[in-house]
Design a protein around this ligand. Structure first.
Ligand code: AMP
Length: 448
């Protein structure tokens, strides 16, 4: 009997785990720059939360949720997206009444969708997202888009494509749905079963259909922009002018409707292009939502919100393909090498002290030949080896070897913190002043 990960899930370890941490750390740092604070909500929620907010007409709710009865016969669901849980939490704790508005929160965590697993598509994947709730302004919508774009550019993406569309206000969407229903009525018999359902539940979803023949039929469908109320139109172009003033380029995509039911006004997706112009698909998607708080029993005066979610798996694989993760794998600072059993106790004490100073360090706890320890030190990626035998201990010194340059010098254990600080500062200076290809690459990355 062998055990394997559940279909569509995956383990994250080694360089990949370092990459995921890096992406999440950059995302958190940028979100905090924009005044967002962290929030963690449970992965498990009562099923009706998603039915009510994410929407019964969305593919996610109709087909993709991991829903089951718990031992108390309550229907619970592994969250398929982040927004519903966050909004539920805001209402449950009346955060709109006890905090200044808008409430700005960010989260990272796993979400679950029963989709067909394929490249870049998992059943458990990691999303990072923000929600800004309780105040309505095109500036907040634009700011949210800037935050998303800023995150990607901090991660090193250069060729980004921002696709935007408006889903208008409630009046616009009503008129537009009617127009779509009329347009597709004569075509629907030849369309896929999903589209037949969509026509009844929410015809805007048809625009999102991935079946090639249906996509052809969608091309001539009425466009949302022709049904916008004057207010919704003004709102859309105001938001676009703000992001335009921030130097962000965008492309209006009439068929961008997003998969979830709660959106209104501006919706967006960020795509990344490879140097060869290849579109990797959506890295992040989001938009403005109205009515979500009141739909879930909260007060309607705080109903407006805007947010986005990005998929860490997709981001990671694109960054890896484009060489944007070359320098983010966790590097060890020091590999401590005890020469002989007799120095193990002292070396272990020293190891803990080095960690307290703030340098990452490991050592082997079994004695080994110097050559084999050097091989392990190099494999560990450590910057320095610190070598200590009986003779060194007696003199209160150690040999500090730079594993890249192979230069070695004696350091005093009594002043080890200063000696290590100086040695690491030297590496930094070396990189800055050096014109070898590796150092130049690092310097360019730092400068960016
Ligand atoms: P959505 O909540 O559908 O707007 O998705 C937001 C982001 O999550 C997308 O832009 C993708 O990067 C990512 N994503 C969505 N579905 C999956 C999936 N099944 N596997 C991996 N990433 C996904």
């Amino acid at each position: 009997m062998s055990y394997i990960a559940v279909k569509g899930t995956h383990d994250i370890y080694g360089d990949e785990a370092d990459g995921y941490s890096y992406i999440q750390n950059v995302f958190r740092a940028i979100a905090e720059l924009y005044g967002y604070r962290g929030i963690e909500t449970p992965i498990l929620e009562y099923t009706n939360l998603f039915e009510r907010s994410t929407g019964e007409s969305s593919d996610v709710v109709r087909k993709e949720m991991y829903t089951f009865l718990d031992k108390g016969e309550r229907s619970v669901t592994l969250r398929p997206e982040g927004t519903a849980g966050v909004v539920r939490s805001i209402i449950e704790h009346k955060l709109y009444a006890t905090s200044d508005l808008p409430l700005k929160v960010y989260y990272t965590g796993p979400v679950f969708r029963y989709e067909r697993p394929q490249l870049g598509r998992y059943r458990q994947f990691l999303q990072a997202g923000v929600e800004c709730v309780g105040e309505d302004s095109p500036y907040l919508d634009a700011e949210c888009i800037c935050l998303a774009m800023q995150t990607f550019s901090m991660l090193g993406f250069k060729n980004l494509k921002l696709k935007v569309n408006t889903l208008g206000d409630a009046e616009t969407r009503k008129k537009y749905r009617d127009a779509l229903q009329e347009f597709f009525a004569s075509k629907i018999d030849d369309m896929c079963d999903d589209c037949k359902q969509r026509l009844k539940l929410n015809p805007m979803r048809i625009l999102d259909c991935k079946v090639p023949e249906d996509q052809e039929r969608v091309k001539d469908a009425p466009k949302m922009k022709d049904y916008l109320s004057p207010e919704a139109e003004e709102r859309f172009y105001k938001t676009l002018s703000i992001i335009n003033d921030m130097g962000i380029e965008y492309e209006i995509d009439d068929n961008l409707v997003r998969g979830l039911d709660y959106y209104g006004h501006i919706v967006f997706e960020v795509h990344a292009l490879s140097d060869a112009g290849k579109d990797y698909g959506a890295l992040a998607g989001g938009g403005h939502y109205d009515g979500m708080l009141s739909t879930l029993g909260g007060p309607s005066e705080y109903d407006s919100g805007v947010g986005f979610g990005l998929g860490v798996e997709r981001l990671y694989s694109m960054m890896k393909d484009n060489g944007l993760l070359n320098d983010v794998a966790h590097k060890l600072d020091i590999y401590l090498m005890p020469i002989g059993e007799s120095v193990l106790d002292e070396c272990y004490e020293l190891l803990e002290n080095i960690r307290l100073i703030g340098y990452s360090a490991i050592m082997p706890f079994k004695t080994a030949k110097l050559g084999s320890m050097f091989k392990k030190a190099e494999r560990s990626g450590a910057k320095f080896a610190l070598i200590i035998g009986d003779e060194e201990l007696e003199k209160g010194v150690a040999q500090l070897k730079n594993l890249a340059t192979k230069q070695q010098k004696e350091v005093h254990l009594a002043t080890l913190d200063e000696e290590l600080d100086a040695a690491f500062a030297e590496i930094e200076e070396h990189e800055e002043g050096c014109d070898c290809p590796q150092c130049q690459e690092k310097n360019e990355q730092k400068a960016e």
